[in-house]
Design a protein. Sequence first.
Length: 118
Amino acid sequence: MTAGPGPATRHVPVAHAGEVPPGTMLMVQVDGTNILLVNLEGVIRAMQGTCSHEYFELDKGFITGDSITCALHMSRFDVASGEALDPPAELPLRTYPVTVVDGRIVLELPEGQVPVNE
Ligand code: FES
């Protein structure tokens, strides 16, 4: 068996699921890059932790339905897709696949620098 082509990925445990109860978010760091975990009704998602508009930590904002709102200029981002829903932000947030393994939140990230839109 040979592995198919494609970027190499790594699986990085970042927190325990109990640290992010439904309706909350938690900022974690991987290699110095902020990543925001958001629990919407029991489903945990991961996205870049700083805004795609200017450098501002998104855990200072708030969960607004299926989106999060950046507290600096109030752009909303879809939690599932990262899409920017309002100006002034235009770029989506990068999102990262999440699995929960034995109660631990594990991110699937490419090898090397964590990709972020800015
Ligand atoms: S820094 Fe987030 S909307 Fe401007």
